[in-house]
Design a binder for this molecule. Structure first.
Ligand SMILES: Cc1cc2nc3c(=O)[nH]c(=O)nc-3n(C[C@H](O)[C@H](O)[C@H](O)COP(=O)(O)OP(=O)(O)OC[C@H]3O[C@@H](n4cnc5c(N)ncnc54)[C@H](O)[C@@H]3O)c2cc1C
Ligand code: FES
Length: 506
């Protein structure tokens, strides 16, 4: 999270700026102590908060698209007229400011009253909506339902102990010890009661009666629904390794998992991370920040090669090695005997702490048992509705018709899960919104963020623009002349531009 600069930025907007000084799409200035961004959209000029309400990304470096601005860091999108966080991962609106024009000068002196978000409302208002899942998609759906002024009941069921948290942070700053725990909740605990969202934690749904329209809980209680959203996410793959059931061997999905890793890390000197993909490597980086020796064991020859290709894989490996991570690639752990992890290649690693990051599996049991159509995920249509009318699915479990790749895809990305939750909410209200967002994810390794837009399971060529090791690059994953996806480091504006181009093409 970036801090607002100590000194206010740019010109004092209360004194006015000349139109001739405002040549580009944005101009960063200040009103009192607060940074305010002037944004030109066609003939109009808007003034909004200068920093994103997600992690404080600098909107001056974002992309203006019509009456919206997109954040350079994780591609949230804000409505310039209302300040509304129109697309996740931001949820809180930006303050909007009064713009006055006098002659050829523009003045900003005071905030406008916060406009209401653009509400389409319910086209067919169901009485009761039940959401199974207290993660990214479930939270975003509940929040959007209330934003769209849905006044019926919302019951949100989660078998976690904590209200929805910022899950990506669990392998990054929070695990590294550089983010306080109060950064984690997506909203304060009081939000749920205030928004009349009946959030029930430690509650497991065991089945769905699709005829009677009830969900059935582990304690035998039933909860009726008119519309149901399944957002059960994914669970870490467990490895059938002797010794994997010991208390110092961890998986990472929930806040409880993360707290357990932090407790094991206390006093640990040597850690073994099994899995060299996103979560495994982020965990290794966070453990290095705690000064723990980190060994990463992975079957692949290059970390992240399957998703990002060989060049980025080599860079990521070198980056982690620079920070002291020791790789054991093309290898696997065959047994964990107390604090000794045996490698297939024959070596033995000291392991005060083991974290298994060997991928995840979508939680499909409920959907399967209820007879919903399944195809390596819960099959949904363009409106995220499953094969059973009135039941929707979003997030890591959903396989949807992606207009950009022309394929039915399922991804495990935070922002996609949130945006699907938002779209599913609108559709549960009858708004008929197609889910057509271009997939986006980010991953953070030390001070290097990797942003990825699009979806490429295979490609013919990776066109590299810039210098990967110089941390200034854009990689285009191409099939023939078509760009399926782009990955970038510190090319945020270009990454946003690529997203807009893909959206228009889709
Ligand atoms: C440590 C970590 C770091 C990550 N980092 C990134 C990142 O940097 N970028 C990125 O794009 N993605 C990242 N991801 C992936 C991202 O978090 C997921 O794609 C996203 O959380 C999926 O959202 P979801 O709503 O589908 O599932 P989840 O967020 O997993 O939520 C599922 C919810 O369903 C509940 N549930 C499941 N079954 C039941 C049941 N039967 N009864 C009641 N409740 C149930 C669970 O308890 C949970 O609350 C990360 C994931 C992890 C674990
Ligand atoms: S900081 Fe703006 S989307 Fe994350």
């Amino acid at each position: 999270m970036a801090d607002q600069p100590a000194k206010p930025s740019g010109p004092d907007l209360t004194q006015g700026v000349a139109l001739s000084d405002f040549a580009g799409a944005t101009l960063l200035g200040h009103v009192g102590d607060e940074d305010v961004l002037l944004v030109r959209s066609g003939a109009e000029i808007f003034a909004i908060d200068a920093y994103c309400s997600h992690y404080h990304g600098p909107l001056a470096e974002g992309l203006v698209d019509g009456e919206s601005i997109r954040c350079p860091w994780h591609h949230a999108c804000f409505d310039l007229r209302t300040g509304e966080a129109a697309r996740a991962p931001a949820f809180n609106a930006l303050a909007v400011w009064q713009v006055e024009r006098k002659g050829d000068r523009i003045f900003v002196r005071q905030r406008r009253e916060q406009p209401k978000p653009r509400v389409k409302g319910a086209v067919q208002a169901p009485g009761k909506i039940v959401i199974v899942g207290g993660g990214a998609a479930g939270f975003a759906a509940a929040e959007m339902l209330r934003r769209q002024e849905f006044s019926g009941s919302i019951v949100m069921l989660s078998h976690e102990n904590a209200p929805p948290v910022d899950r990506p942070n669990l392998s990054k700053d929070y695990l590294a010890g550089s983010a306080p725990e109060d950064w984690l909740p997506l909203r304060p605990d009081s939000f749920y009661a205030e928004a009349a969202i009946d959030l029930r934690l430690r509650t497991e749904v065991t089945s769905i009666d699709t005829r009677a329209r009830n969900v059935i809980l582990a304690d035998g209680k039933t909860i009726p629904y008119d519309r149901l959203l399944l957002a059960t996410g994914a669970e870490p793959v467990q490895l059938p390794i002797p010794g994997a059931d010991q208390p110092h061997v961890h998986m990472l999905r929930s806040l409880d998992d993360c707290r357990a890793i932090i407790a094991s890390a206390d006093g640990a000197r040597h850690a073994v991370v099994i899995g060299a993909s996103f979560i495994g490597l982020e965990v290794a980086a966070s453990l290095r920040a705690r000064n723990i020796e980190a060994h990463v064991v992975g079957l692949e020859q290059r970390p992240m090669e399957r998703v990002l290709g060989p060049e980025m894989g080599d860079f990521v490996r070198a980056l982690h090695e620079e920070h002291g991570v020791i790789f054991h690639l093309g290898d696997t752990v065959t047994a964990i005997d107390g604090k000794r992890a045996s490698l297939k290649s024959g070596g033995v690693l000291e392991a005060d702490l083991v974290v298994v990051g060997a991928g995840v599996r979508p939680r499909l049991a409920l959907a399967e048992k209820a007879g919903l159509a399944i195809d390596r995920g819960v099959t949904v249509d363009a409106y995220l509705e499953t094969s059973v009318p009135g039941i929707y699915a979003a997030g890591d479990i959903a396989r949807w018709p992606d207009p950009h790749s022309g394929q039915n895809i399922r991804v495990e990305h935070w922002v996609v899960a949130e945006r699907q939750g938002q779209t599913a909410a609108r559709n549960m209200l009858g708004q008929r919104a197609v889910f057509d967002a271009v997939p986006f994810f980010w991953s953070q390794h030390y001070d290097v963020p990797i942003n990825y837009v699009g979806h490429a399971e295979n490609w013919d060529e990776i066109a590299v623009d810039g210098d990967i090791s110089g941390r200034d690059c854009m990689l285009r994953y191409k099939s023939g002349e078509r760009v399926l996806a782009v990955a970038s480091i510190y090319r945020d504006r270009e990454s946003l531009q690529a997203e807009v181009v893909m959206e228009r093409a889709g």
